[in-house]
Design a protein around this ligand. Structure first.
Ligand SMILES: Cc1cc2nc3c(=O)[nH]c(=O)nc-3n(C[C@H](O)[C@H](O)[C@H](O)COP(=O)(O)O)c2cc1C
Ligand SMILES: Nc1ncnc2c1ncn2[C@@H]1O[C@H](COP(=O)(O)OP(=O)(O)OP(=O)(O)O)[C@@H](O)[C@H]1O
Length: 185
């Protein structure tokens, strides 16, 4: 996919939890303001599934369905395998040129590329990079896919679902395969 302008967000987005949702909403809003398409760039499987054996919170179909529900114009799904993992931060920044982001939304802890050398500061040297403050739960802890996986593993399913933030939005749906349309990188 090649674009001449876009608003972009990037991440594993495992579970598309409330922090991810805020990031995607900010991206869609920026795109509307700028009059360009919004793009969500994600990876399958989530890097931590390949690298640490983490069990993904949803199937790729459910992830794409959740992202689609937030209204971006495009979803790019890059296959995260051994070759992709070896890509450097600079390789990835070059790839992003095809999407021509006028603005990129990320969280402050976003890291990308081999040895996690890609930082928000590096990205900001190439693109207008906006950092969304971390979304926290009611008790003040930062919401993360890792925390949701740990809650699930401990059998604390309701707490995990609350952090994911989908049970209220889509009350009748569970983690099933009902994929949407998406491009692969
Ligand atoms: C383009 C790209 C984007 C990445 N994005 C994420 C991400 O959003 N979340 C994550 O946990 N890891 C992400 N990773 C994985 C890490 O940056 C890194 O590749 C991984 O930790 C393995 O690093 P190593 O091969 O140097 O051990 C990404 C990797 C690449 C190449
Ligand atoms: N609670 C949050 N608030 C705002 N942004 C977030 C939050 N959690 C993650 N992000 C951002 O979402 C993007 C994707 O991150 P990622 O998919 O690695 O999420 P994660 O919840 O941190 O996952 P994990 O716990 O597996 O590392 C990154 O830019 C990250 O900074």
């Amino acid at each position: 996919m090649t674009l001449s302008g876009s608003a972009l967000t990037i991440g594993a987005f495992d579970g598309v939890h409330s922090g991810h949702q805020a990031l995607i909403r900010s991206t869609v809003l920026s795109a509307q303001r700028l009059g360009v398409p919004s793009v969500v760039y994600t990876f399958d499987p989530p890097p931590k599934a390949l690298l640490c054996g983490a069990r993904p919170l949803t199937s790729i179909g459910e992830k794409v369905a959740r992202i689609s529900a937030l209204g971006p114009d495009h979803i790019v799904v890059a296959r995260f395998d051994a070759a992709y993992r070896a890509r450097t931060a600079t390789d990835f920044i070059q790839d992003l040129g095809r999407i021509a982001p006028l603005v990129i939304w990320i969280g402050s802890d976003f890291r990308f590329g081999s040895c996690k050398k890609g930082t928000p500061e590096l990205l900001a040297g190439y693109f207008d990079t906006r950092i969304l403050p971390a979304v926290c739960c009611e008790s003040g802890e930062v919401v993360s896919s890792t925390r949701i996986r740990a809650l699930r593993a401990a059998g604390r399913v309701l707490e995990a679902e609350r952090l994911e933030g989908w049970s209220e939005l889509l009350p009748f749906r569970r983690s099933s395969d009902n994929g949407g349309h998406h491009a692969t990188a």
